[in-house]
Design a protein. Structure first.
Length: 146
């Protein structure tokens, strides 16, 4: 009986620690064809109501060196605030005739602004959609300084 209670308590502590884990500061996912990796990265994983959080948006070609010019669009949506810009046009140049100078990555900055009505128990999400992939960065909303 004593051993059973100890096991149950240990499981409860582990589950509580898992449920209260901090959001990641960097998240990424790859397209189904394995050609691109989309990532979002924030220096901090929290923001105060009405606060701004800079976020890096990165698209990398992982399926080998580019063979032709690529252009695409990344859509950004959020809850608990706004993100600027809300969409990003991506251009990656192909190599020249000698095979030099092709681009295999794209990077830009976004700014997430938490809504003024966000409570301290809220979590905000920034979702980046590119082709068949979705990457979600979760951000904790913490109490405002007084």
């Amino acid at each position: 009986m004593k051993n059973c209670m100890r096991t149950v308590l240990t499981m409860l502590v582990c589950m509580t620690a898992w449920a209260c884990s901090e959001p990641d500061k960097i998240v990424s996912s790859s397209t189904e064809d394995g050609q691109f990796r989309l990532s979002l990265e924030a220096e901090e994983n929290w923001v105060r109501p009405r606060g701004e959080l800079p976020v890096v948006l990165r698209l990398e070609r992982i399926g080998g060196p580019p063979t032709e010019h690529f252009s695409g669009e990344i859509e950004l949506v959020t809850n608990g605030g706004s993100v600027s810009p809300s969409s990003v046009s991506v251009e990656m140049a192909a190599p020249d005739s000698l095979g030099m100078g092709g681009e295999d990555s794209f990077m830009t900055w976004l700014v997430f602004t938490a809504s003024s009505g966000a409570s301290t128990t809220d979590r905000a999400d920034i979702r980046a959609l590119f082709g068949d992939t979705l990457t979600t960065l979760r951000i904790r909303v913490v109490p405002a300084e007084e």
